[in-house]
Write a protein that binds this ligand. Structure first.
Ligand code: KIV
Ligand code: NA
Length: 294
């Protein structure tokens, strides 16, 4: 299959064709995403929540992300692969500094290069719209790595935001998001994710930019859409575990219920002595050989 490249994406964008993106974190999910014809595959740091069971995206490490990237890259032959730069892989604070000041973009460049060389990614996503972020983006692009931006709700900033809340709900906040998106475009981003912003704001950002916007919880006026694999498949059907499935996510299946039913049936078969039956006992020993065992 022909690989999706930045050129493919740019052509789609110019023709006004919507771009599709989904997360995947391992070999089987990447095969599924690839086979569906989805344009971009994001190894998102949402893996921290939907796979590792954390309450936020903050705990996932660079090494853990790289392990997910490698597995996903083995399963995807066609989709453009984007690796999420995890919390702590862009900004690093020098211990000797009193103020929390970004130590230049070297750390971000090093992390991005690991995503490419070790993780097998085609590009990276860097979260946040702070002015310092645009500097890191520019340095990473300069190093030869395609960068996707991410503004609006930025889960890695949960500590300073005070929780997961939709963004850009006032005129001043909306203007800031537009300004951040433009700065990220100027810094060299090939595309920008808009997370949980009103549809009108996302459409305004999309009009302002000359690169594709990819929305999640941002309405239908963006250049493309992204969803989290486990959320769109309905992986978690248990009321006491399903706390993170967001309102904007359409569940295209109830895979969790299918998995639960299968596991429950297997358990019942083993406990009831119905598995394995003769049909699932394929390995035979000749009768005369068996007699020597008795
Ligand atoms: O980590 C992730 O899944 C993401 C998407 C929600 C854009 O960043
Ligand atoms: Na993310």
């Amino acid at each position: 299959p022909k690989r999706v490249t930045l050129r493919t994406l740019r052509e789609k964008y110019k023709r006004g064709e919507p771009i599709s993106m989904v997360t995947a974190y391992d070999y089987p999910s990447a095969v599924h995403v690839d086979e569906a014809g989805i344009d971009m595959l994001l190894v998102g740091d949402s893996v921290a929540m939907v796979v590792h069971g954390h309450d936020t995206t903050l705990p996932i490490t660079m090494d853990e992300m790289l392990s997910h990237c490698k597995a996903a890259a083995r399963g995807a032959q066609r989709a453009f692969l984007v690796g999420d730069m995890p919390f702590g892989s862009v900004c690093k604070v020098a211990a000797e500094l009193v103020m929390a000041v970004e130590v230049g973009p070297e750390h971000a460049v090093r992390s991005a290069i690991r995503m490419m060389k070790e993780g097998g990614m085609d590009g990276v996503k860097i979260e946040g719209g702070f002015t310092s972020r645009a500097r890191s983006v520019a340095a990473v692009v300069e190093a030869g790595v395609a960068v996707m931006g991410h503004v609006g709700l930025t889960p890695q900033s949960i500590s300073v935001l005070g929780g997961f809340r939709p963004a850009a709900q006032s005129a001043s906040e909306a203007l800031r998001v537009i300004k951040e998106a433009k700065a990220l475009e100027a810094a060299g981003c090939f595309s920008i994710v808009l997370e949980c912003v009103p549809a009108l704001v996302a459409a305004a950002v999309t009009r302002e930019l000359g690169i594709p916007t990819i929305g999640i919880g941002a309405g239908g006026g963006t250049s493309g859409q992204v969803l989290v694999y486990h959320d769109l498949l309905g992986m978690m059907q248990h009321p006491h575990h399903a706390k993170v499935t967001p309102k904007f996510c359409k569940q295209y299946s109830a895979v969790g219920a299918v998995i639960q039913e299968a596991l429950t049936a297997y358990h019942a078969d083993v406990v009831g002595g119905h598995f394995p039956s003769e049909a699932f006992s394929p390995y035979k020993i000749a009768r005369e050989e068996a007699q020597q065992l008795l």
